[in-house]
Design a protein around this ligand. Structure first.
Ligand code: ADP
Ligand code: AMP
Length: 218
């Protein structure tokens, strides 16, 4: 099963991808995570992507299509994957379609997570993650159960993204509405689109997605 999670920054794509990964044995493919790893490693791709990511703009289609094309060839992706943050432009969507066709793979569903802009600001400015395992937290909505200790791995190091500030978020939202929102129409026309209330509780969002994947209408 191959699915896409579509939505603005802070909509809950990464949160849902991690939960579905654990429960369904699907692999989370986050182009944002892959690009941040490339920046950290100082690779050629990382050097090209760094300044654009810091500004909140979109990295070039060539780069992200190349990354995804290589990644979905890997053995762990053969049982299915959850695309989180890709595609983000129409050329990326069309490249994905060609890649899947060439590999004889299907796209099973595209879940659009709908969240109001004011809520996105609150979610993004309060977001932090475990630096060891990547588990996601929030100052208001999800603090570690034991202060300073990751619920998932017990780690004590937490990190906040440099681009998770109100000013950069404005640029990221602008990029979303200009470049990514047209994908809603694109996938609606292909009958792949399922729109979900991303304002709901994390567990309610997960249940809705799972029941749709299981073939029950939400
Ligand atoms: P995205 O991957 O779409 O940018 P995240 O999954 O990282 O978004 O979520 C952004 C922040 O909002 C995180 O701190 C996360 O813990 C929190 N969050 C995600 N989904 C919800 C939800 N349904 N309700 C409240 N907070 C949420
Ligand atoms: P994310 O982790 O999904 O919020 O992505 C962080 C940043 O990485 C974005 O603001 C972009 O600069 C870049 N990025 C991630 N995925 C893509 C993509 N599919 N296309 C272009 N840029 C991307």
């Amino acid at each position: 099963m191959n699915i896409i999670l579509l939505g603005p920054p802070g909509a809950g794509k990464g949160t849902q991808a991690r939960l579905l990964e654990q429960e369904r044995g699907l692999v989370q493919l986050s182009t944002g995570d892959m690009l941040r790893a490339a920046v950290k490693a100082g690779s050629e791709i990382g050097l090209k992507a760094k300044a654009v990511m810091e500004s909140g703009g979109l990295v070039s289609d060539d780069i992200v299509i190349g990354i995804i094309s290589d990644r979905i060839e890997e053995p762990d992706c053969q049982n299915g994957f959850i695309l989180d943050g890709f595609p983000r432009t129409l050329p990326q969507a069309s490249a994905l379609e060609q890649l899947l066709n060439a590999k004889g793979k299907n796209l099973d569903a595209v879940f659009e997570l709908k969240v109001d802009d004011e809520k996105l600001v609150e979610r993004i400015t309060g977001r932090f993650t475990c630096a060891d395992c990547g588990e996601g937290y929030h100052d208001k909505y999800r603090m570690p159960s034991v202060e300073g200790k990751c619920d998932n791995c017990g780690g004590a190091n937490f990190a906040r993204r440099a681009d998770d500030n109100e000013e950069t978020l404005r640029t990221r939202l602008f990029a979303y509405y200009k470049e990514t929102a047209p994908l809603i129409g694109y996938y609606f026309a292909k009958k792949n689109l399922v729109t979900i209330d991303g304002m709901a509780d994390v567990n309610d969002v997960t249940s809705t997605i799972k029941s749709i994947l299981d073939g029950n209408a939400a």
